[in-house]
Design a protein around this ligand. Structure first.
Ligand SMILES: NC(=O)c1ccc[n+]([C@@H]2O[C@H](COP(=O)([O-])OP(=O)(O)OC[C@H]3O[C@@H](n4cnc5c(N)ncnc54)[C@H](OP(=O)(O)O)[C@@H]3O)[C@@H](O)[C@H]2O)c1
Length: 183
């Protein structure tokens, strides 16, 4: 892990990225894995790794926090799937929840959908290489979330949602938290 939030690896858990890639390329060649994915990585690392053939990248990203917009663009340009984690802002109190945002709530009300559907539909329409993995312990929410694939927001709704987190695109990315530093 190179970026936060989350715990950083320590000691012998730290393995050079080229060594990790070499191992995964071998496993792919042997048919043990279908493709190589990277997660919680810096944009430069993905750029460096692209020649290995990166199938997908999973980093934190949602309508309220778009600090990895540059990485999303890199993935889009290279045909790499973009799998944003914390697509709704997570269940952690430390992070703002997409569904609590007033613009999201208004757009959702106007469109006759739920705030979570507005946040997820924005992600899908923002980049065509996006795959959604919202987490939920509720069947009702699961049904709401899977229905998002058939929701098409109007251009004015998308414009309003685009504006919500636009200023986060240029914010610095957090370093991971080292064990013992959390909290
Ligand atoms: N690669 C990594 O390092 C990494 C790190 C973190 C997470 N992940 C993965 O990313 C995925 C998503 O992360 P996450 O679950 O932490 O965050 P998330 O999907 O952004 O948010 C989950 C929260 O949203 C709520 N929620 C989900 N659907 C909802 C809906 N339709 N209406 C209202 N609330 C809704 C959930 O509550 P309810 O349970 O009440 O629905 C839960 O509190 C997970 O599969 C996780 O494993 C990967």
């Amino acid at each position: 892990m190179e970026i936060g939030p989350g715990l950083a690896a320590g000691g012998d858990q730290n393995v050079d990225v080229d060594d990790q890639l070499a191992e995964m390329i071998s496993m792919r060649d042997e048919g043990k894995i279908g493709g190589i994915g990277l997660s919680a990585v810096a944009t430069d690392t993905v750029r460096h790794a692209l020649p290995a053939g990166i199938a997908c990248v999973q980093n934190p990203y949602n309508l309220l926090d778009r600090r990895f917009e540059d990485l999303l663009n890199l993935c889009t340009d290279n045909g790499t799937a973009w799998v944003p984690f914390f697509p709704l802002g997570s269940a952690f109190e430390a992070f703002p929840n997409v569904t609590d945002n007033l613009v999201v709530q208004q757009v959702a009300a106007d469109a006759g959908i739920t705030p979570s559907q507005a946040g997820l539909a924005w992600l899908l329409s923002h980049a065509e290489n996006t795959f959604l993995i919202p987490g939920t312990g509720s069947i009702g929410h699961l049904e709401e979330n899977t229905a998002v694939g058939s929701i098409q927001l109007s251009s004015s709704a998308l414009e309003a949602l685009d504006a919500v987190g636009a200023d986060t695109v240029s914010l610095p990315v957090e370093p991971p938290v080292w064990p013992g530093e959390a909290g």
